[in-house]
Design a protein around this ligand. Structure first.
Ligand code: CTP
Length: 209
């Protein structure tokens, strides 16, 4: 049985015990993938930030909050799998020193300095020495295909699933996605699909690979 690791959902970067920085990711794409993989005879490990979704049946599940926690969970488990699909919307920046107490409202402005998180997908080949099939997502607002090709190469992916997040009917928080499958040899434009159908298209690509 093929084993697949899937990252999903947003991450939360704590500012103080009451607040965090996050993004609009619902986790729907990653959970659709986990569901479809579990129904396609894959052994699934889902590593997910906080979502409103139910964990699909027959998936192993590791809940995480921050980008750093997601990084550590992936680092620990990626060696066990044949395929790794990174659909999480990982925070690119985090607050380095979250306050132990709730930050009080003193001045008229509050400046918070953020520092870069580790690129989990970008660590797969080099830091984790992962040799399996590596799939990333590219959420873009401009130059979709060019940016996707750059990510494919830079992060050592076999496939990038690229989508334009400015489209209202596609991407963040909706049930559909219009995506391009980008590989080193070219790209395939898919129609607007349900996330379930897109998940099946990605699995088909893996099985044909
Ligand atoms: N990703 C990740 N770890 C991060 C940031 C991103 O694993 N710290 C993964 C995402 O899960 C996705 C891919 O990298 O599969 C692309 O993420 P994206 O945010 O679009 O790209 P970035 O590398 O952050 O590049 P940029 O912000 O320049 O677009």
């Amino acid at each position: 049985m093929m084993k697949v690791l899937i990252t999903a959902g947003p991450t939360r970067e704590a500012i103080d015990p009451a607040r965090f920085i996050s993004n609009y990711s619902s986790g729907k794409m990653g959970y659709a993938l986990a569901n479809a993989c579990a129904h396609s005879e894959f052994e699934v490990l889902l590593i997910s930030g906080p979502t409103q979704l139910e964990v699909p049946i027959n998936c192993d599940y590791i809940p995480v909050e921050s980008a750093q926690e997601m990084y550590e969970a992936v680092e620990k488990h990626i060696h066990d799998v044949d395929v790794a699909i990174f659909s999480a919307a990982v925070a690119d920046y985090t607050y380095a020193s979250p306050a132990a107490q709730k930050i009080k409202k003193y001045g008229d402005t509050l400046i918070i300095e953020l520092e870069k998180t580790k690129d989990i997908l970008g660590s797969a080949r080099v830091e984790f020495d992962f040799k399996g099939i590596l799939i990333g997502f590219a959420a873009e607002t401009e130059n979709l295909l060019d940016n996707a090709r750059i990510k494919l190469e830079k992060k050592g992916c076999d496939l990038i699933v690229a989508n334009d997040i400015l489209r209202k009917d596609s991407g963040f928080n909706v049930d559909h996605n219009q995506a391009y499958l980008v590989t080193s040899t070219g790209h395939q434009e898919l129609p607007l699909l349900s996330k379930k159908a897109l998940a099946l298209a990605i699995i088909q690509w893996v099985q044909a690979h």
